[in-house]
Ligand binder design. Sequence first.
Ligand code: 4AD
Length: 447
Amino acid sequence: MRLSGRCQTAPLPEEGPGAQGCACLSTEDHSLGWVRSFRPQKQNLFLHVNDGSSLKSLQVIAPAGMNDPLLGFGCAVEVKGILKKSPHSKQPVELEAEQIRVIGECNPVDFPFKIKERHSLEYIRQFLHLRCRTNAFSSLLRIRSEATAAVHSYFKNNGFLLIHTPTITSNDCEGAGELFQVEPPGTTFANEGSFFSVPVYLTVSGQLHLEVMSGAFPRVYTFGPTFRAENSQSRRHLAEFFMVEAEISFTESIEDLTKVMEELFRSVTESVLAHCEEDVDLFHKYVAPGHRVSPEGHSITYTEAIDILKRSSETFTFPTDWGCDLMTEHEKFLVKHCGNIPVFVTDYPYDLKPFYARDNQDHPKHTAAAVDLLVPGVGELCGGSLREERLDLLRSRLGEYLDLRRFGSVPHGGFGLGFERYLQCILGVDNIKDVIPFPRFSHSCLL
Ligand code: 4AD
């Protein structure tokens, strides 16, 4: 029999015992996991064993004689015994041990995490190879996994086809960011022997490949790693991050795009809150106290955004004239002004958006049918646009991109959502490096 139910208790401190237990590797008489607390007493020995399936740990009681010098906080164990109903109201079951085997010892002096201590995210980030053993990071990984499944569920339930877009590409999409060039060591590009005969790069976006597929499938998406050689140490930029991208055909309305973005945001957030309540609570209680997520969004045009910024009494470092890019300080102000909820900003000046964004020719000002979603604490979470499908307006552009418009072209649009920024947004995590298992950024590619 597997112990699968979750038990209801309050969130736990960063380290130390989980409450009660349901370890998914545990069976009625058998438990495998890592020791989260260790309390030898005169008659009995009390352990909490956690296997990463939740914050909860299984309480193990053993006769004091079963103590082993190698047993202690952090070690890996196998416990055999009898699962009993617990006399304590806070924990439904406990394992009465008949045998405890230390599978992997853990020297408490060298182990960077200490029992019953709460460590900051900055501290645990120094130990990329071990941070999955902390409560905070194991919660993050469960939330990340749930959010990933929820992204796929949303698209599956809404008629989208998953496309595996390539990681290596010879185009730079739209010049979305700085490129990482890829070649086997020793290659010179003048040399005909270079692997692909042309320079190739790690993808910055799967958009172009989705646009290709949107010529045959009205709703497509991709979800995978993207790479940008941005020399930034900012708390919201990585050199490798995961992006959720969607492309929708037969639409001429930016509202169709914002609707999908909003539904995606809502659906994934609801799923995470429903299935990872305790893990999310840990963040909202200890990492970002009082943090709340609102799935309700508000929509304004870029022109309205500029009016709001100009009318405000705030002093901004960067200019707020029509035509200027919205900077982080502006994004933050707009989100706050709208009540700290997600804000869709639409219809940007044409010159601020990439060449493929659709020209809003009927607007009095020269704008593009583009939308950014700004969220509290993070700023830009999604960027998208209707794509310019009119061949004459794209004449000066690249060959294949034009071909996509020659053969059965339809009006379409799409967007990309930064998955790590999404996690930052719902959990209130300040630094993007704390929501990805192995962060890559300039001067850092550890492990
Ligand atoms: O706005 P971006 O650059 O959009 C594109 O790449 C489009 N081609 C997507 C599309 O339409 N299919 O990036 C989309 C999102 C941003 O809003 C941001 O959330 C995230 O990707 N992002 C980053 N996240 C972490 N680190 C970085 N360096 C990021 N750059 C962009």
